[in-house]
Design a protein around this ligand. Structure first.
Ligand code: PEP
Ligand code: MN
Length: 382
């Protein structure tokens, strides 16, 4: 059960204490108090945990300072959609809003391999009006002999160039909790020239200590990549680890499943889960067509598989597209074969905008022809 306090009620206030006192009168109920940073305001919430099934909502609803009471489903307490709620969805980070209503393209480098390629990448992004990107400094590789990323050494120039080219958010994978501190220190040293969204890669999808570590800090949001060999439910529970540790600013990213049933693609594309994640949770959903497809296959119509599968995610409501690009893929130290070229970026952007518009038109068509959506808990939930 979640007791949502009114907007003007602060964390340590008497109104919150009263809710906690009342809750503790019920046997087997524990409380946790949190402040949630939403897209437009912050909210204080009291979580009632444990045996809450028989706890009535009315005494809480009648209390001064309480805005509403939400009975949560047993599943996905922190990230899920719950009966009767109209909770803030999404968040603003470094001036950019991420929610289930927004749409961002995040093309960039799989791995930072030189100052020159970062410069060339960010320059073309700026020329096309893109301020969200990706850049890998810490690379989890299958072989220990492969390039592992330049780590903290490259951060100063990545952040400096991001500032120079007006990049606001960089998705950057971390494979160990110490990387979070390194990133925060380098951001600070750059005068906070840009922002970083901590990426949890598919290989760490159930690294619970890392999930808790990125959850226990609230400076940087998290881009969580779905585990490639686990169920969707297990991946959503992994996001619960992040959120229940305190950080609710999470973007959920689909990137394909590991099985040769998806051949010739690198992974079996799972973007049919875009609407599922949007329905079960309040998280913005991203797709990564580059790691899903893995190579630059071109169809008879000239459209590449990478664009085709990205379109499959976007036309069903994806809120972001993470894509690999490189100024000279043949020299890339990681994942060159799946990287778009700078001169292909404008086409990629126009194509994705076209598909996004088609998605919005579909939503509007449905509203016009069939009316307003049933409330959650009715036909629309599941
Ligand atoms: C990446 O985005 O660079 C990456 C390694 O992706 P994934 O964790 O999905 O394999
Ligand atoms: Mn990669």
């Amino acid at each position: 059960m979640i007791i949502v306090m009114r907007g003007d009620v602060a964390l340590g206030s008497e109104a919150v204490q009263e809710v906690v006192r009342l809750a503790s009168r019920y046997e087997g109920v524990e409380t946790q108090v949190r402040t949630i940073e939403g897209a437009t305001r912050s909210l204080t919430e009291v979580y009632l945990l444990g045996s809450t099934a028989t706890v009535p909502r009315e005494p809480f609803e009648e209390m001064v300072g309480v805005e509403r009471v939400i009975r949560v489903r047993a599943k996905y307490r922190a990230i899920g959609r719950h009966e009767g709620e109209a909770m803030e969805v999404g968040f603003v980070y470094n001036g950019i809003k991420f929610s289930q209503d927004t749409f961002h393209l995040m093309p960039g480098l799989c791995a930072v391999d030189s100052r020159e390629s970062v410069d060339a990448t960010f320059r073309v992004l700026k020329s096309l009006g893109i301020s969200t990107t990706r850049a890998g400094a810490y690379k989890p590789r299958t072989s220990p002999y492969d390039f592992q990323g330049y780590g903290k050494v490259c951060l100063p120039y990545v952040f400096e160039l991001a500032g120079k080219y007006g990049i606001s958010v960089i998705a950057m994978e971390v494979t160990h909790e110490s990387h979070v501190r390194e990133i925060l220190d380098a951001l600070e040293a750059s005068g906070n020239a840009t922002g970083v969204m901590l990426q949890i890669g598919t290989r760490n999808a159930q690294n619970f200590e890392l999930l808790k570590a990125v959850g226990q800090q609230s400076r940087l949001p998290v881009l969580y990549k779905r585990g490639m060999g686990i169920t969707l439910d297990e991946s959503l529970n992994a996001c619960e680890y992040i959120a229940s540790s305190g950080n609710h600013r999470i973007v959920f990213c689909l990137r394909g499943m590991k099985t040769n049933l998806g051949d010739p693609h690198r992974n079996f594309v799972d973007f049919s889960h875009v609407p599922v994640v949007r329905r079960l949770t309040r998280l913005p959903v991203c797709v990564d067509p580059s790691h899903a497809v893995g190579k630059r296959f071109v169809g008879p119509d000239g459209l590449e598989d990478i664009l085709q599968v990205a379109a499959q995610g976007v036309i069903t409501g994806a809120n972001a597209v993470l894509a690999d690009m490189h100024p000279s893929p043949a020299e890339a130290l990681c994942d060159g074969p799946q990287a778009l070229l700078p001169n292909e970026l404008e086409h990629f952007i126009r194509d994705m905008e076209l598909v996004r518009k088609a998605y919005l038109d579909r939503v509007e068509l449905r509203r016009r022809m069939l009316g307003a959506l049933a409330p959650l808990g009715g036909r629309a939930s599941g």
